[in-house]
Design a protein around this ligand. Structure first.
Ligand code: CUA
Length: 339
């Protein structure tokens, strides 16, 4: 008969293996927010540092754990009191030198990486972007182009980007897992970071500091494109909002003022539409997602958002305007035309 103790041991081992597999699965590079699939030099440097420190820690763990296990097994449950010893100078010197060597192995690449991450490489072109974290979305301003957008950051491939991070309210944290690690976004001061994307593509960003009820939904997208595509995008963004192209859209255009949307949202070209509480909507129709990245920008999702914003993204500051279905259709038509 299999003993109870044996069965308990098998169960404990199985639990440990499943737990390790569960934790390990979080490291899959395929995940859009995985840090194990670096797509730029800053993220790569951070990943390399992580792997190095992880390996060093693993070796230390195996050696210390191995000695501990050996000692526990060899000296277990013997009759009598063990012989007491007091100090072994040679052992103590060795056990001081080894951690010192481990610390040097970790410190040298860490300090060098810190300096690398602190400043964009000198002598290379740098593009400045002002990032503002707000409860609960992101604003991106391109000072040289005079363009402002929300939630969808466009950058040219292979160009160094220097982001100046500011907050309008509480502490946020700016994080693009595949391009660069987190930097806190703090009210009353500006923090800097730089990054570069090596390949064209769309990368996810996420607020990484708890900042209130919709923190987990404070996402954004980074669209990395060729210089030509980027230039075309900037030129388009610099234009004022498109005129409504249908009667329905015209009604939506009028509702934006009549229902007070302009108090919170900027729409370049509509008199008085200079609100900054919510995202800039001047070119909302050119974006692929809404609600700080959590919803695809389909007519159904925009309608659902207008119908009950709290249902779509709990905690956000958009009021429920109790719009009629006719008004919602008109607004959806107008917003969709803001390419
Ligand atoms: Cu902003 Cu969390």
């Amino acid at each position: 008969m299999v003993s109870r103790l044996f069965r308990l041991r098998v169960l404990a081992l199985a639990t440990l293996v499943s737990f390790a597999a569960f934790i390990g699965a979080a490291c899959t590079p395929d995940h859009p927010q995985s840090t194990f699939d670096s797509m730029g030099p800053v993220a790569q440097r951070q990943e390399d540092l992580f792997v190095l420190i992880f390996i060093a820690a693993l070796i230390v763990f195996l050696i210390v754990g191995g000695f501990l296990l050996f000692t526990v097994l060899k000296f277990r449950n013997r009759a009598g009191t063990p012989r007491q010893t007091h100090g072994n100078t040679r052992l103590e010197v060795i056990l001081t030198i080894i951690p010192a060597i481990v610390l040097i192995i970790v410190a040298v690449p860490t300090i060098s990486a810190l300096f690398y991450i602190a400043d964009p490489p000198s002598g290379e072109a740098v593009m400045d972007i002002n990032v503002t974290g707000k409860q609960w979305f992101w604003n991106f301003e391109y000072p040289d182009a005079g363009v402002t957008t929300s939630n969808e950051l466009h950058i040219p491939v292979g160009e160094n980007i220097r982001a100046t991070l500011r907050s309008d309210d509480v502490i946020h944290s700016f994080w693009i897992p595949k391009l660069a690690g987190k930097v806190d976004v703090i009210p009353t001061r500006a923090n800097d970071m730089w990054f570069k994307a090596d390949e064209v593509g769309v990368y996810w960003g996420q607020c990484a500091e708890f900042c209130g009820i919709a923190h987990a939904h404070m996402r954004f997208q980074v669209v990395v494109e060729t210089q030509a595509d980027f230039d075309a995008w900037v030129a388009k963004q610099a234009e004022p909002a498109a005129e409504p192209s249908s009667e329905l859209a015209q009604r939506g255009h009028d509702l934006v003022t009549a229902r007070g949307c302009i108090g919170c949202h900027t729409i370049d070209g509509i008199p008085g539409a200079v609100g900054t509480i919510g995202p800039n909507l001047t070119h909302v129709g050119s974006r692929t997602r809404i609600a700080s990245g959590i919803l695809e920008r389909t007519p159904e999702n925009v309608a659902a958002w207008l119908r009950d914003p709290q249902e779509a993204k709990p905690g956000n500051d958009m009021p429920n305007l109790n719009l009629s279905e006719d008004d919602i259709s008109a607004l959806v038509a107008y917003l969709d035309g803001l390419k």
